[in-house]
Every structure is written in C-alpha cells, then in structure tokens.
Design a protein around this ligand. Sequence first.
Ligand SMILES: NC(=O)c1ncn([C@@H]2O[C@H](COP(=O)(O)O)[C@@H](O)[C@H]2O)c1NC=O
Length: 522
Amino acid sequence: MIRRALISVSDKTGLLPLARRLAEKGVEILSTGGTQRALADAGVPVIGVEAYTGSPEVMDGRVKTLHPRVHGGILMRGAIDDEDLARLGGAPIDLVVCNLYPFEATVRKPGVTHPEIIENIDIGGPSMVRSAAKNHARVAVVVDPADYDAVLAEIDRQGEVSSATRRRLATKAFAHTAAYDGMVSGYLSSLPEDGEPNAAQREAYPRFLTLALERAYPLRYGENPHQSGAFYRERGAAAGSLALAESLGAGGKELSFNNLVDVDAAFEAVREFTQPAAVVVKHTNPCGVATGDSLAAAYRTAREADAVSAFGGIVALNREVDRAAAEVLVETFLECVVAPAYAPEALEVLRTKKNLRLLATGALLPADHRELTFKRVGGGLVVQERDASAAGEVRGGRVVTKRAPTEEEIEALDLGWRVCKHVKSNAIVLAIPGRTVGIGAGQMSRVESVRIACSKAGERARGSVLASDAFFPFPDNVVLAAEHGITAVAQPGGSVKDAEVIAAADAAGIAMVFTGARHFRH
Ligand SMILES: NC(=O)c1ncn([C@@H]2O[C@H](COP(=O)(O)O)[C@@H](O)[C@H]2O)c1NC=O
C-alpha cells in the first residue's frame, strides 16, 4: 500500500500526471524546492520536505533531503523499526521518485566551468535512491520517467507496486547511480592532476573509465555455436547507432555474434557515401561496394562485384529501402540487411524470406561521427578515437608521378579509398567509378592482397584503379598492378622505398596519389 511518496526530480518530464494520479489515490506527497513549487503551482497537494524534516534547505540546495527523517522514513523495514522512526519524528515513505542533477549534460555544455560542474554532482538524490533501492522489500524507487506509467498501472490494479517490480526498479536504480558515479569519476580523472582544475583542459582519456552497459538481447550464440553470447547496449548510445536498431524481420530470429559484427562493418562502410550506396560484407570485410542512381542499382552492382562471396552476405544500404531494392535483395540468399528504414511495400517483399533479418537504424549518423572505440585484449581494452576521416583524402592528396590521374580515375580512387578503410589490413581495393571490382583483405603481406584483389577482379582489373590502406614497402606491388592493367593508385606514401615505388609507377604509366593518411583496420 502506497501511503506516502517522496518526489524530487530534476527532469520534470511526466511529473504532473504522475503526482496528480498519486494524489487522487490519497497518497501524501513530500517534495523538494523546485519540484514542490511545480506541483503546488499545478494545484497538486504537496508537503515541502522542509516541513517534514523541520530543517530548512541550506547551502543552495546542497543539503535538503540529507536528513534522518527522510532516510529513516525510506529505510524503515516495518513494525520492527516503528519505534526508532517515531523517535526520529519521521513517517514511512513507500515510494521514492527521483532523478538526478543533469551532470552529464552539464559536462557537455560549451564553456562550462569546473565549479558549475561540481555543483551538478547530485549527493542527496543518489543517497535517497540507494536507500530506497536497498529497502526494495518495502519501497518502490523510480529513477526513469519512462517507468511512471507502469508503476501507476500496478498501483491502479493492486494498490501497490509488486515485489518483482520493486526488485526490477531497485536493480535499475543501482545501475543508474553506478553510471552516474562513473561519469563523475570520469570527469574528475580527466582533469590535469596538478594546478587549478579547469574544465576546458580535459584529457580525452580519463584515468578511470567506467562503461555503463545494459543487456539489450541475448545472441543466438557467440562466434561459434558452442559459445554463448549477449549484446550489451551502451547507455546513451547515439541515435542512428546499430545498438538502437529495430529488428523488423525473420519473425524475431535472434542475431548471432558474427551477424552483429558483420552488420556493424557493413553499416560503417555504407555511411561513407552520400549517393545511394550498397555494401555487401562477408566475415567483416566488404566483398562488393557500389553506388548508383538508385539503391536497387547500387545493390545489384555491389552483389555482382563478387557474386560468389555475396551469397549469404550481410548488406548495408544508406537509404530507405524501396520496393525496387527489396525485389533485388530477395533474389539471392542473404543473412541480414541493415538500412535507415524500409518502405512498407519493401517490407512486404523482404518478409517473404523467412530467415532474413532486417535492421532499421533510423537516420544515418554522419561518416565523420566522433566517438571512442574499444577492443578487448587480455585483461584490458585498447581505446581510440573512431577513424572518422577518408573523405577528401584522395582529392586533397599529392600526385607523385609524372602522370596525374584523370577525373575518372580520381572518382574511382576516391571510392576505393573510402572502402579500403573498412577492409582488414593488408587492404587492397580495385575500383572503377561507382564500384569495386576486386578486394584483397586480411593478408600478412601486401603483395598477396594485391594478388588476391586482381584475381577476384579477373579481366575487370584492366583499366581499374587501386587503393592501398598503407604504403607499399616494395615496388613489387606496383609491378604486379601494372601487369594486371591497373592505371592509377592511391596510397598514403611514407615508405623508405617511396622513390623506387614511384619510379615503378612512372615506368608503367601509372598515376599515383599520396593521401598522407593510413587506414589500417585490425
Ligand atoms: N542536497 C540534497 O539533499 C538533495 N536532495 C535531492 N536532491 C536533488 O534535487 C533535485 C530536485 O531538486 P528540486 O526539487 O529543488 O528541483 C533532484 O535531482 C534530487 O536528486 C538534492 N540535491 C543534491 O544533492
């Protein structure tokens, strides 16, 4: 039975409907300064926490709920604590609704000062949340406005919040305060250790990094069927990221670990392009990439770039999938399609393939979206900035050969270069305008990747261009490329043998651009 609720919220979303419904049910509402004012202004009966504690809010709100009557009221177990609570002058509190000072948003605010950030470390809120979560045997704690309706519905139905819900809410509350403390320690440990703290001088890599993750769904299995697996979503994942994608197909058939890793690789690659584009991935590497006047045309070309490998592939598209594209997609067996959205008539076509998984991500994140990336190694994580560059590196590159590339070659090099970034090293991509023709991936020697790319391209190598994710250590790569009729090359440059590599290109009439940037992918 909920008789008394304490409501203290910074984010006032949904506050009034919640409080009104509680008041209608005869629940006594205690509340802090701003929340109390909002309720009183709306005509909701409310008792100020100061009146309840007999102690004023002081120090600009630093101390308001940090009082034995508040924590005694929350932490009291039942009859066994009646006497103690009476001695404190408190009353049992059965529901705590609290969300915290917006610390993260404050840290992100342009021009924010250190004192402003410190003032936004919530102390009283987490203390109440933790007290209520500890005492979930009796008390319900709500930290997320998204839970208001469900809690009210339970109170409507049975006059109280069920024990299962109280436990679920308590678990969420502790995850919430843990993530909150992680953000605070992350901020403080990103400041230089000596001198006056200055919010403008933060290191990108704080000494303490806390990742807040929530299990999103179980995976069918891990990398192999004998390994189990689950997908964890980052708290605050950006809109448009794979973590928030909606699953629309395959009757809910679960994704596997490899599906997600491949979908991620394909989706990252397709975001390089602004015109309609399609990427087909197998085992984390693109096997065909193309742009076109329509998605259908782009996908057909991408599939044909390496039709053998494309079978059972993962496809990423950078536009809403229309019926025409859907009709081409269902022509062969695919594991998964990821795209920003699907037209209803496209879904109808795609759903005829019972096992095809469909993911909709919503509006695309830009190709140069900045975030940190993480990879686990034994006992730790390697952390780095996302590789957000590639666009403009060919056109802005330096021509080092006697012959400069033609506009058509530049166009093909630009596409090859953008794709190269998404191919496991050593990466070699052969392309013509609008499409790849052969990709050599993941080889331990660069020349072997050239060989594979040429063999995949076959006759299509002739007249194509070549992009290499890192410099050529020896001229043999260029000699081999020339033998296959490749006419232009883009590579970072920077090898001690650059002069020999350029000479080999000149001897073969190959045009070469140094991009000055390397795009290893490991
Ligand atoms: N100092 C305290 O005792 C205290 N008690 C609750 N708060 C926070 O104050 C906020 C609500 O404040 P108001 O109702 O004045 O708008 C909530 O985010 C709550 O977490 C506190 N503020 C910070 O620690």
